[in-house]
Each structure stands twice: as structure tokens, then as C-alpha cells.
Design a protein around this ligand. Structure first.
Ligand SMILES: *[C@@H]1O[C@H](CO)[C@@H](O)[C@H](O)[C@H]1NC(C)=O
Ligand SMILES: *[C@@H]1O[C@H](CO)[C@@H](O)[C@H](O)[C@H]1NC(C)=O
Ligand SMILES: *[C@@H]1O[C@H](CO)[C@@H](O)[C@H](O)[C@H]1NC(C)=O
Ligand SMILES: *[C@@H]1O[C@H](CO)[C@@H](O)[C@H](O)[C@H]1NC(C)=O
Ligand SMILES: *[C@@H]1O[C@H](CO)[C@@H](O)[C@H](O)[C@H]1NC(C)=O
Ligand SMILES: *[C@@H]1O[C@H](CO)[C@@H](O)[C@H](O)[C@H]1NC(C)=O
Ligand SMILES: *[C@@H]1O[C@H](CO)[C@@H](O)[C@H](O)[C@H]1NC(C)=O
Ligand SMILES: *[C@@H]1O[C@H](CO)[C@@H](O)[C@H](O)[C@H]1NC(C)=O
Ligand SMILES: *[C@@H]1O[C@H](CO)[C@@H](O)[C@H](O)[C@H]1NC(C)=O
Length: 662
């Protein structure tokens, strides 16, 4: 019927959706009505009068406010967040933030500060986060924070500060983060460190300061959440200086551009025997000559990160790592997995060896002593093997998570992961798979919940590919092809009764059988984006309710009325980048669209493709009024005429009959 109807178009292009305020050429964007505004990069020299008094969060970076004072922000009494990055501020007058009692976060990063009045910050009662990064200051005394009892974090990176000593009246009660990255701090004395004593659980960042001396005993009986001495030339100095301290996380990595020819030896780590540390990161140091004694003092350690430490092998018989739980050996130069001598760390639960710079051979049973291993990451390792993975992963019976993504082709036979029956997550993304048998390589992974097979170049013609995965909830098949671009009624997915999330984007699909997902009854997220589907494939989802459905970038133009209920019963639908028809032929869909806007995602980017007049217009802005065509009117008139003739005839008969019976 709708097709017989011609139409009058009434296009109402509603006013631009992006709400903008401000004078004609200087517009702040509203991110949350009356509360959150962004005025970055507008060359403003004052707070625009159009910003409402109720503004709570203001991003005002890259403007020009050389001096700020009491009147600058006085109107904005409810500010909690104020970002003034790179506003050329050099002078902060008395009482500048006097009216901002609620201010919690103040960002003054990258302003060439010369003066800050003693009373500048007396207004805010609950200031929590202060950013003075790159402000040219050379002493903490510059910042008048004595009354800020709620202060939690102070960021002072990239300045000229030479001492970490806090002033006597500095509020340390709530202090959690003190960040001195890239300053000029070279020496830490007892008094410096004891000025931090009040702060419990502090994270102190001294990254990029070349610490050359620590007074012996300076850190005695101190407790830190984390300490970062990144980029320090001499680890020896650090370990000696930290004696008798307790530290959760110690970051001692270095950087490419730092010359580090200090040979790492066991004597260097001796200080570690006299402190308590849970996690250490030593990334990018050169471990030229590891001996069995090198890690002698690491015995209390839970986590060790040796990323990019130029390792080619670890000798067997290393002392001190037997309690280690988590080990990162990424970006090293192993040639064979056995070269890590896994028997050194029998307690490991997490092992990460990703981005190995050489092609990694998996060997056979190299990890078999790691009976507690739960998580193993071997991604980006150039691994290639024609028969994976039972021999290679022998005895990993507690493994729950295995990442083999971004490797070279792997051949898989039936029950390829039999040695790891506890697997819950298996990531094979971007690794080409050769499935060699008709039975499923994933068979009997009874606990597997997440399987990532994206871009594995599987020819999914194998009907049994996904058999034997009763608990699978999340399957990613992005970038794999189906025969003829079609998912038939019988297909490998039908075996996955527990599936909740299914990703089939970029699969070059042009059709899906109406019953293709009929056994998948509890799905709640289906991504079919970036295919060539038309509306007829929507039928395949008719048994599902309340799902998130992504149909973006397909070939959907007209959605007939019979399929609209299938969409109506879903939670969220994305139809972006489809050649949607906005003529009267599609009037039922267009009306449905208006009534279901709350369900639609990316409305701002969902446009009409037809008729040419409406191309690029948002579907939500189209107002269509469809009336009947001339042909329709002609038939209607004929019909009415006939009806009238019949009526007259009938009345005549009736009158005649009545007349005869008088
Ligand atoms: C925003 O503020 C204006 C003026 O105070 C008020 O009329 C409007 O209701 C407010 N809107 C919201 C969403 O709070
Ligand atoms: C500031 O917030 C309070 C409480 O949320 C509100 O009562 C008051 O009207 C706000 N002030 C302005 C100027 O919007
Ligand atoms: C905003 O605050 C200023 C100063 O407190 C006041 O003069 C002005 O009337 C207020 N504006 C509105 C719209 O309430
Ligand atoms: C210490 O801080 C860390 C994060 O900074 C937090 O996760 C931890 O719970 C805190 N511990 C205590 C005892 O407050
Ligand atoms: C560390 O503590 C031990 C005893 O617990 C003590 O013998 C030693 O002198 C202390 N070292 C420093 C540097 O304070
Ligand atoms: C490694 O260290 C051991 C003992 O410290 C030493 O005997 C050996 O010569 C060293 N090897 C190299 C290559 O430096
Ligand atoms: C294999 O694991 C078991 C425990 O799961 C352990 O007892 C055995 O020693 C391991 N085998 C080897 C060769 O390490
Ligand atoms: C597996 O490794 C890749 C690359 O390192 C990473 O992007 C991906 O998130 C990892 N998978 C999981 C499940 O963590
Ligand atoms: C594979 O999928 C899982 C689950 O969505 C995800 O965590 C992981 O990052 C994905 N892997 C890659 C390489 O993107």
C-alpha cells in the first residue's frame, strides 16, 4: 500500500544539535546542561558572560588570562573542576578563588607563574587535586596550600624543584600522590624524607630526577604505596638508600635515551635484602650476566617486571624467585621458551612473554613445572607451529587464560588444548589458524567463557568448529569469512547454547538464514556491523529480546513493517552508515524511528541516502507527510461513485417495496 502512495516532503532541519553558547565567534561547548563546559582554544581573555552561574566543571585551556583575580571567576560559585592549562597566567592575585568553596581540582599546568598570593587558595575548603606541572616553580613553598586539609594529590612535574622537603605546615593528612617527575632533585636527606612521614600510603614519583645520593637510613621505617625512581643512573644508590623501608611497588625502570652501562650484579641488589617490597619494575636495564645469585635478595617479592632487559636466557638454579607470583619477561630476545628455565619460579601464577624480539619456539613442555600458572600471555611472539598446543603447554592443568594472539600460523588438531582443561579465556586473534581435523580443536574446554577468533582467517565451513564449548559466552569472529557470505541454518554457531555476546563484524556477510541463530537463545549483544546485509537478515533475530544490536555499515535501505517489531523488542540498535531510504516507501520505518529514538545509538550520525534531496540529512530530522497518489484518488472516486449508485438503487428498491406494502 505504502508504495502506491506519493508524498509531499516536509523537511525540517532542526537547529544544529551541538548546543553552543558564547559570542558569535567564541563558542564554548556544553557537555552537560548548566554544568559542564569546554572553552578550550578560543583565545578568550575572560570568562564568557554566557556561561551560566551554575557551571561546575570548566575546561578553559589554551586561552589568555595573564593575571587572574577575585573577579575573574567570582560568578561561578559552584565550580568543582577548573582546567586553566596554558592560559599564559603569570600573576595570581589575592583571594582569586575566594568564591569557589567547592573547588576540588585546579589545573594550572603550563603557565609561566611568577607570583601567587598567599591568600589565592583560601576560598576552596576541599581542594583535592592540584596541578602545577611545567609552571617554572623552583620550590614547593611557592604554593600557598597550608589551609588545604583535604589535599590528596599534588602534581609538580617538569619544574626546577631541587628538594622534596615539604614545609612544616604542609597538609599531609590526606596526601596520597606527590609527583616530582622531571625536576632537579639529586639528593634525598633524612629530613627531606621525614617531612613526608605523616602521609601514609603515599605514592611518590621521582621519575626522571637523577638521584645520585640518599642519606643512609633516610627511608628507615617509612611505608610507601609506590616509589618511582625511573631513569636513575645508579640502582646501587637507590637500593642502599631504601634500607629498612616498606614499599608496595617500586619502579626502577630506565629509558632508551639513558646511558646505562652499570652492570647489573647481585651485589647491586643487596640492599633489597633489608627492605620489604612487593613489586619491582626494572624495565630496560641491561642484564648482561645473570648468575644464580643475581636475585638472591628478591625472595620476598611477589611481582617482577623485566620487560626489555635484553635477556636471551635465564640460567637454571636461580636462587630467590621461588615465591614469585607474577613475572613479566616481555620484549626480550629468547629463542626458545625453555630458555626462561621455568623451574626457577615454581609458584608463578601469571607469566607474560609478549612482543619477544626474536621468533619464539615453544619447545615441548617448557612450562610443565608451573603447575600453578593461571595466566599466560604469548602474544606478538612470531610463534609458528604446525601442531599446537598439547605438547607445548604440557601440564598446565590450572591455566585459565591463554593469549596467543598476533602470532604466525598455528596448526590445530582435535582437542588441541586438552592439557589446559581449566581454560576460561582463549585469545587467538590475528593468528592464522589451520584447523586440520573435522572435529573441533576446542573440544572439551568445558569452562571456556571467552574465545577470540577475530581475523584468524578461518574458513568457517567446518560445521564442528565450535562443538564442545558448553560454557562459551563471548565469541569474537570478526574478520572471518563464511561460505558465499551466507550464514546458513546449519552452522557452527548453533552449538553454542550459552552464547551471550557474538561479534560478526567485517565478515563480508550478505545474508543470514532466518533460523541461523535459533539455538542461541540468551544472546544480549550481537555485532553485525561492517557487512553487506540487507533488512531481510533482521528476521534471524526475531526470537531475541532486549539485545544490543549493531547493524552499522551495512546495506539496509528499507525496513518493511513486518520486521519493525523485531527491532522494537531490542534494547539498543545502531543503524549508522546504512543507505537508509527516507521516502514514503519507508514511511513505517521512519515513523518507528521517531518513536524509538531512545533505543537508537549514534542518531547524530545516522543519515538518509535516498532521495537525493535528503542525502546526508539526519533520519531523525526528516518529517514526511505521505498522501495518496492520483491513481489512488481515481480508484477511490470510482469506488465512491459505485457505492453511491448502489445506495441509490437500494434506497429506490426499499422505497418501492415499502410503498407496495402500504
Ligand atoms: C538550566 O538553567 C536554566 C536557567 O537557570 C533553567 O531554566 C533550566 O531548567 C536548567 N536546565 C537544567 C537541565 O537544569
Ligand atoms: C549551586 O549549587 C547549589 C546546590 O547544588 C544550588 O542550590 C545553587 O543554586 C547553585 N548556584 C548557582 C549559582 O547555580
Ligand atoms: C550570576 O551571578 C552574578 C553575580 O553573582 C549575578 O549578578 C547574576 O545576576 C547571576 N546571573 C544569573 C542568571 O543568575
Ligand atoms: C593505598 O593506596 C592504594 C592506591 O593508591 C589503594 O589501592 C590502597 O587501598 C591503599 N591502602 C590503604 C591501606 O589505604
Ligand atoms: C635496618 O634494621 C636492622 C634491624 O632491623 C638494623 O640492624 C639496621 O641497622 C637497619 N639499617 C638501617 C640503615 O637503618
Ligand atoms: C659473569 O659473572 C661471573 C661471576 O660473577 C663471571 O665469572 C663471568 O666471567 C661473567 N661473565 C661475563 C660474560 O661477564
Ligand atoms: C605436573 O603438574 C603436577 C601437578 O599438577 C606436578 O605434581 C608435576 O610435578 C608436574 N610435572 C612436572 C614434570 O613438573
Ligand atoms: C592478548 O594480547 C593482545 C596483544 O598483546 C592484547 O591486545 C589483548 O588484549 C590480549 N587479550 C586479552 C584477553 O587480554
Ligand atoms: C579478544 O577478545 C577479548 C574479549 O573481548 C578481548 O579482551 C581481547 O582484547 C581481544 N583480543 C585482541 C587481540 O583484540
Amino acid at each position: 500500500m505504502a508504495l502506491d502512495i506519493s508524498c509531499f516532503l516536509l523537511v525540517a532541519l532542526f537547529s544544529a544539535s551541538c548546543q553552543a553558547i558564547g559570542s558569535s565567534d567564541q563558542r564554548c561547548t556544553e557537555k552537560e546542561v548548566n554544568k559542564t563546559y569546554n572553552c578550550e582554544h578560543l583565545g578568550l581573555s575572560e570568562i564568557p558572560g554566557t556561561l551560566p552561574n551554575s557551571t561546575e566543571s570548566l575546561e578553559f585551556s589554551f586561552n589568555a588570562l595573564p593575571t587572574i583575580q577575585k573577579t575573574t571567576f567570582s560568578r561561578l560559585v559552584n565550580l568543582t573542576f577548573l582546567d586553566l592549562t596554558r592560559c599564559q597566567i603569570y600573576w595570581i592575585h589575592e583571594d582569586t578563588f575566594q568564591s569557589q568553596h567547592r573547588l576540588e581540582t585546579l589545573v594550572l599546568t603550563a603557565n609561566p607563574l611568577i607570583f601567587m598570593a598567599e591568600t589565592a587558595l583560601t576560598g576552596p575548603k576541599a581542594l583535592k587535586h592540584l596541578f602545577f606541572i611545567q609552571t617554572g616553580i623552583s620550590s614547593i613553598e611557592f604554593i600557598p596550600v597550608h589551609s588545604q586539609k583535604a589535599l590528596e594529590s599534588l602534581y609538580l612535574g617538569s619544574n626546577h624543584i631541587s628538594s622534596i622537603r615539604l614545609p612544616k605546615d604542609f597538609p599531609t593528612e590526606k596526601l596520597k600522590v606527590l609527583d616530582f617527575q622531571n625536576n632537579a632533585i639529586h639528593h634525598l636527606s633524612k629530613e627531606d624524607v621525614s617531612s613526608l612521614q605523616q602521609a601514609t600510603n603515599l605514592s611518590l614519583n621521582l621519575n626522571g630526577n637523577d638521584i645520585t645520593g640518599i642519606e643512609p637510613g633516610a627511608f628507615k621505617s617509612t611505608v610507601f604505596q609506590s616509589l618511582n625512581f625511573g631513569g636513575t643512573q645508579s640502582l646501587l644508590v637507590i637500593f642502599k638508600g631504601l634500607q629498612n623501608s616498606t614499599i608496595q611497588s617500586l619502579w626502577l625502570g630506565t629509558f632508551e635515551d639513558i646511558d646505562d652501562d652499570e652492570d647489573i650484579s647481585s651485589s647491586m641488589f643487596e640492599g633489597l635484602c633489608e627492605m620489604s617490597v612487593e613489586r619491582i619494575n626494572l624495565q630496560k636495564h641491561h642484564f648482561f650476566n645473570i648468575t644464580s645469585n643475581t636475585f638472591y635478595c628478591f625472595s620476598g617479592l611477589q611481582e617482577l617486571d623485566l620487560t626489555a632487559t635484553h635477556l636471551t636466557e635465564l640460567p637454571s638454579g636461580i636462587v630467590g624467585l621461588s615465591k614469585l607470583k607474577k613475572l613479566v619477561l616481555s620484549a626480550n630476545k629468547f629463542e626458545n621458551l625453555c630458555q626462561i628455565s621455568a623451574s626457577n619460579f615454581p609458584s608463578l601464577t601469571h607469566l607474560y612473554i609478549k612482543g619477544n624480539t626474536k621468533r619464539l619456539e615453544l619447545g615441548s613442555g617448557c612450562l610443565e613445572t608451573l603447575e600453578h600458572l593461571r595466566e599466560l600471555d604469548l602474544s606478538h611472539d612470531d610463534i609458528e607451529t604446525s601442531d599446537c598446543c598439547n605438547l607445548q603447554l604440557r601440564n598446565l592443568s590450572h591455566l585459565q587464560s591463554l593469549n596467543l594472539s598476533y602470532n604466525e600460523p598455528l596448526g590445530l588438531r582435535t582437542e588441541a588444548f586438552k592439557e589446559c582443561p581449566q581454560l576460561e579465556l582463549l585469545d587467538l586473534a590475528f593468528t592464522r589458524l589451520h584447523v586440520k581435523d573435522a572435529q573441533s580443536p576446542f573440544q572439551n574446554l568445558h569452562l571456556l567463557k571467552v574465545l577470540n577468533l577475530s581475523h584468524c582467517l578461518l574458513g568457517s565451513s567446518n560445521q564442528h568448529l565450535l562443538d564442545g564449548l558448553p560454557a562459551l559466552r563471548h565469541l569474537n569472529l570478526q574478520g572471518n569469512r563464511f561460505p558465499n557470505g551466507n550464514i546458513q541454518k546449519t552452522n557452527p554457531l548453533q552449538a553454542l547454547g550459552s552464547l551471550e555476546i557474538l561479534i560478526l563484524s567485517f565478515c563480508d556477510l550478505s545474508s543470514i538464514d532466518h533460523q541461523a541463530f535459533i539455538n542461541l537463545k540468551i544472546m544480549n549483544h550481537v555485532d553485525l556491523s561492517h557487512n553487506r546485509l540487507t533488512s531481510s537478515s533482521i528476521e534471524a533475530l526475531s526470537h531475541l529480546k532486549g539485545i544490543y544490536l549493531n547493524l552499522a555499515s551495512n546495506r539496509i535501505s528499507i525496513i518493511p513493517p513486518s520486521l519493525l517489531p523485531v527491532l522494537s523488542q531490542q534494547r539498543t540498535i545502531n543503524l549508522r552508515q546504512n543507505p537508509l531510504d527516507c521516502t514514503c516507501s519507508n514511511i513505517y520505518f521512519l515513523e518507528w524511528y521517531k518513536e524509538n529514538m531512545q533505543k537508537l545509538e549514534d542518531i547524530e550520525d545516522t543519515f538518509c541516502a535516498n532521495p537525493p534531496l535528503l542525502r546526508g540529512v539526519k533520519v531523525s530530522d526528516v518529517m514526511l507527510s505521505c498522501s495518496m497518489a492520483a491513481v489512488g484518488i481515481f480508484f477511490l472516486i470510482v469506488f465512491l461513485l459505485l457505492f453511491a449508485v448502489l445506495l441509490i438503487f437500494a434506497v429506490k428498491r426499499f422505497l418501492r417495496w415499502k410503498y407496495q406494502h402500504i
